[in-house]
Each structure stands twice: as C-alpha cells, then as structure tokens.
Design a binder for this molecule. Structure first.
Ligand SMILES: Cc1cc2nc3c(=O)[nH]c(=O)nc-3n(C[C@H](O)[C@H](O)[C@H](O)COP(=O)(O)OP(=O)(O)OC[C@H]3O[C@@H](n4cnc5c(N)ncnc54)[C@H](O)[C@@H]3O)c2cc1C
Length: 451
C-alpha cells in the first residue's frame, strides 16, 4: 500500500498532466465505470497521444506519489478501471494510442498501440485472409491494451487459446517511469524471465501497456456452428463430452442454460421446454459431420452470423430482465461442469434470486448469473452473498474464482483460499518488486482482502 504520501492537490495533478498532454486532453472529476456497474471518480483523467507522453505521465505520478489507473475501453467486468482509495487519482486513458505501427500479413504479425480496438485488429486480419482469434465481447470498445491487461478469452479461446497465446512482445511503462519492451516480432524468446507473460493479465497493477506485437494465423476457410438443444443439464453436458471425445478440435464449445434461453431465445432453434443449448463450431465439412454425430439427432448446422450475433447479445438481454445481474466467470475442471451448473441454480434459489448460466463450456468457464433489481438493496446484498457462495464452490471443485475477468475490485481477496499462503506471498512479492510504492491501480488484483 501507499506509505508516507502527501495528499496532492488535484490542481497540481491536472496542471502536470496538461503540461504533458495539452489542456484539451485533461478532464477533472471524471466518472469511471465498466461493465461491472461499479463506479468511481478520477480526480484527473489524461489522454496521452503516444507512448512517450504516457511515460511522462507515469514518471510524474510516480515521483509525486499519485495513484495511476490505466483505462482501456471500459468493458471489463471486475471494476478494474474504477478509482478507489483516499488519494486523488491520475487515470490514463489509452484511447489516443490508436496507431497500427506495422503490419506484415505475409509474416502473420502486427504491431499495434494499446488503444487500438479488438475489432480493428480482427478486421485488418480478416481483410488479409488472417485471423486474430481472441474474441471477448464488445470488440468495438475493448482495446488491445485492455485485452492484454485482463488476458481476455472468449468463445474461440477453446481451440486458439487466450490473448497471451497471441502476444510475442509487450511495450510498457514500468515504475518509476521507464519505457521497456519484452519480446517483439519474434516467435520464440526464452532469454529472460517471462516478463511479457507477467504483464499480461496484470490488470494495470504492474505497469501501463503502451503497445503489443501480435501473432496472427491464416483464417479458416469457413466456420460452421453445430447447435442442439437438450431437455436436461445432464444430457447437455454429456453432449459436450461427446464433442470433446469426437477426435476433432472444435473452434468453440459454448452452452446456454435455463432462463437465459427463455429471456434471450435463440432465433435459429426452438428451445421451448429444453433447458440446455450447445454450440460447437466446426471449420471444415468433415468436422461438421463429426460434431453432428457427437451432438446427437437434435443437432444441426446453423448460420454463423446468426449464432454469434445472438450469442453476443445474451449478456445484455439477461441483464435487462431485472435491471441488473451479477455475472461471474468461475472456471472448473471439465469433469465438474454439470455440478457447477446445477449448483449455480441451487445457490440462486438459496438466496431467493433467479439464476442461470452460460459460457465457454469447452474451457469449463461458466458465467454463473444472478438477476436482481438494482433499486432493491436486499436483492443486491443477496446477489453478493450468492457470489461468495459461488467462489467457495469454485474452490471446492478445484477450479478458479476467475477464468476471464480477473480479480479487479469485485473479487478482491478471493485468491487467498484458492492459492496457498506461500503462493500468495509470491504474488505479493512480484507486486512489491515492480511497483514498490503501490501506485499502479491500487486495490486491484489484491490476493487478500483489504484489512
Ligand atoms: C458484452 C461483453 C462481453 C464480454 N465477453 C468477454 C469474454 O468472452 N471473454 C473475456 O475475457 N472478457 C469478456 N468481456 C470483458 C472485457 O471485454 C475484456 O476483459 C476486455 O479485454 C477488457 O478490455 P478493455 O479495453 O475494455 O479494458 P478496461 O475495462 O478498460 O480495463 C480492464 C483492466 O485492464 C486495465 N488496463 C486497460 N488498459 C490497460 C493498459 N493499456 N495497460 C495496463 N492496464 C490496462 C485496467 O486498469 C483494468 O484493470 C466482455 C465484456 C462485455 C461488456
């Protein structure tokens, strides 16, 4: 935590930021919120134009004991960009770092600044016959820097891996204001400790990512989602195991369960009376036929645009049912999938809340969701209590409290209990080494609850 600091007048932070980035790119008392619904005010928000301005902002903040909050596209689900604590905060928005520094489609690689959106990289790749597989939702808003900072996944992480799998180099500003690079346009590099991977998934708590070298891959000629609806959770999970055992690697294996299907009915299939839908994506006709066999007689090949457009909207539709939802992202070993899905419903019932789930079934990554009315404090408290039970369930099943969204502010303290005391101490030692003043995104990705 921050020690021996003087409270900086907000005016001094704003004046320093304005000297670095220019008056028009500095805002005062900026309300910051993300998809978690948490909110907080940044005393000053600065929008640097490039990595050098970002470096100067960090250097000033570090020299002047000012907490730094990196801000990407604000689509995170764990309150990672929401300022906390007693000190005025300097939030640094990466929005203006939008340049593609280099693009070599024939060598399957691209270097982009941190503020380039996920959709921009995906589009550039697609236009050149290539694929950038990480596909977290909200791609028009989420940024490459935010994807790296959360090590984002998405449906296609099943076959292609999460963001870290696609990063060969990271440029970042570390304390006390040094611009460094780990890796680059090289596909292999074991010369040093893997600090590139350490920054990936660090949620803005170890440094400010300014650019990344990304790997691309030739795009599949086609994508064919095979979908099927099942009467029970047990049947649906059995079908997932069938897809896994089919001998091919589907690009994605997704599921949706229970009232998620009632509130957001799939337009391409009649799920009436069924409580479980599986989507497994093939990339060749042979794979399609194998998946049709594996998913059983109810399965059919659907239009990819229709399937993914619907799938991308489910979260927002379900949220609108009661006005708010608490959606978690636990990950469990694949053999515990059915138990995790069923016990999500039991947890909701115990707390008097409607519950359902969906997610990246092939990765055992479940978005357990509790619906509530945000105007009702009792329901909100019930959803938080339900989330606590869910985290205990994830640990009991040998899983993780977060497969995608990170600890952020929402899951502060939840690593303790999942990891041993010695492992937590190693986590804290890394933070203390790279951020000795505790100024990078204070209060986030904390293993222990704040005492
Ligand atoms: C509808 C919807 C669907 C989603 N689906 C998925 C999904 O399938 N899989 C998944 O993994 N996520 C998913 N997400 C969550 C979110 O989209 C991802 O975590 C995304 O990668 C966050 O990027 P961002 O730019 O919006 O980051 P932000 O929300 O702005 O920030 C997230 C965290 O990263 C830090 N950060 C941001 N930029 C930087 C930087 N340049 N340097 C250092 N730290 C930084 C912030 O401080 C914060 O802690 C979804 C979100 C929505 C709204």
């Amino acid at each position: 935590m921050v020690e021996n600091v003087l409270e900086r007048p907000v005016a001094a932070i704003a004046a320093a930021a304005a000297r670095i980035v220019g008056d028009e790119y500095v805002a005062r008392d900026e309300l910051l919120t993300d998809a978690s619904g948490l909110r907080g005010v940044a005393a000053v928000l600065a929008r640097p134009a490039d990595a050098e301005q970002a470096r100067q902002l960090v250097a000033w903040a570090y020299a002047n004991d000012t907490p730094i909050v990196p801000v990407g596209g604000a689509t995170g689900y764990s309150g990672g960009i929401v300022p906390e604590g007693p000190l005025p905060v300097l939030a640094i928005s990466m929005q203006r770092l939008w340049r593609v520094r280099s693009f070599d489609p024939l060598l399957w690689r691209i270097e982009v600044e941190a503020g380039v959106t996920t959709a921009t990289v995906a589009r550039l790749a697609r236009e050149n016959g290539l694929l950038f597989p990480p596909d977290p939702g909200a791609p028009e808003q989420s940024q490459i820097g935010g994807n790296l900072a959360t090590n984002a996944g998405g449906p296609h992480a099943f076959k292609y891996g999460v963001t870290s799998h696609w990063v060969t180099g990271v440029e970042a500003v570390l304390a006390p204001g040094e611009l460094v690079s780990f890796g680059g346009p090289i596909r292999k590099d074991v010369a040093g400790y893997d600090l590139r991977s350490l920054l990936i998934g660090s949620e803005g708590t170890l440094g400010l990512i300014t650019a990344a070298w990304l790997r691309l891959t030739p795009a599949p000629a086609q994508t064919i989602p095979v979908v099927a609806a099942y009467a029970t959770i047990e049947e649906g999970v059995e079908a997932i195991y069938g897809a896994l055992a089919s001998g091919i690697v589907p690009a994605a294996i997704e599921y949706l369960q229970g009232t998620a299907l009632v509130h957001a009915p799939p337009p391409f299939l009649d799920a009436d009376g069924r409580q479980f839908v599986v989507i497994a994506e093939a990339e060749t006709e042979h794979e399609r036929d194998e998946l049709l066999l594996a998913l059983g007689p109810a399965a059919f090949a659907a239009d990819p645009r229709e399937v993914w457009r619907w799938r991308g909207g489910v979260s927002l539709v379900v949220r609108a049912v009661r006005g708010e939802k608490l959606a978690e992202d636990i990950a469990v070993p694949l053999d515990r999938l059915q138990e995790a899905i069923e016990r999500t419903l039991e947890i909701g019932a115990r707390h008097g809340l409607e519950a359902c789930s969906w997610g990246h079934a092939g990765d055992g990554n479940i978005h357990s969701t509790f619906l509530y009315d945000p105007a009702d404090p009792a329901q909100r408290a019930a959803s938080e209590a339900a989330a606590e039970d869910l985290f205990a369930l994830a640990r009991e099943l040998g899983g993780s409290v977060s497969g995608e969204h990170g600890l952020g502010a929402l899951k502060r303290g939840q690593l303790l209990g999942q990891w041993s005391e010695a492992a937590v101490a190693a986590h804290e030692a890394i933070k203390a080494t790279l951020d000795p003043k505790g100024l990078f995104n204070p209060g986030k990705k904390q293993a222990r609850p704040t005492s």
